[in-house]
Design a protein around this ligand. Structure first.
Ligand SMILES: [Zn+2]
Length: 192
């Protein structure tokens, strides 16, 4: 089955492009929640957020931050909602990573809330423990030198998938940062 976003990236489906570099493309949402609602897409097909390459994740964060700044400075947005829907249960509609940047106004009446329901203290504590354990393991993996055999053995045992991801091709994004600035300046006029 073809992916609509891959078709857009390939130029076979028209879109209103606001930004593009070698790894990322940003277009206007055809069903916008507000004026200037941007979709930031990875050019390479990743089915979801947690599966994207870690270097690309950093680059996506940088591009999104700059576009959000433009929404505030040029569209006079009062704020921006940054939204990633991971999985169908979270509202993900297409199997291609998308980050939404939705300009907000004080009176836009857009219903977006993270207000929680009643959850028992025990359940909250259990969730906290699990997240802290995962975060600690993740931080430890970043700190440990990968040259020691013990460390490598533990990492392989702990997370086979992560090792597979690390073997994937790497992108050279740093040298494009200056170009990013110029591209973003070029698109300012298209947003307003
Ligand atoms: Zn795709």
């Amino acid at each position: 089955m073809s992916c609509l976003f891959c078709e857009i990236i390939a130029g076979r489906v028209p879109s209103r492009k606001v930004y593009e570099d070698d790894q990322v493309i940003a277009i206007l949402d055809i069903y916008p929640a507000t004026i200037g609602h941007i979709l930031v897409l990875s050019k390479k097909h990743y089915p979801s957020f947690v599966e994207i390459d870690e270097d690309l994740a950093g680059h996506l964060g940088l591009v999104s931050k700059r576009l959000a700044f433009i929404q505030i400075s040029n569209l006079k947005a009062d704020g921006v909602t940054m939204l990633v829907q991971e999985g169908i249960v979270a509202g993900q509609r297409a199997p291609h990573f998308v980050l939404h940047l939705i300009p907000r106004k004080a009176d836009d009446r857009l219903a977006m809330t993270t207000q929680g329901k009643d959850i028992s203290r025990d359940e909250l504590e259990q969730g906290l423990t699990e997240i802290q354990k995962g975060a600690k393991d993740s931080a430890a993996e970043d700190k440990e030198p990968s040259s020691t055999n013990d460390t490598l053995a533990e990492q392989e045992k702990d997370d086979d998938h992560k090792n597979e991801e690390n073997e994937e091709e790497e992108h050279e994004d740093n040298e494009n940062e200056e170009q990013d600035d110029n591209n973003i300046l070029d698109v300012i006029g298209e947003l307003i």
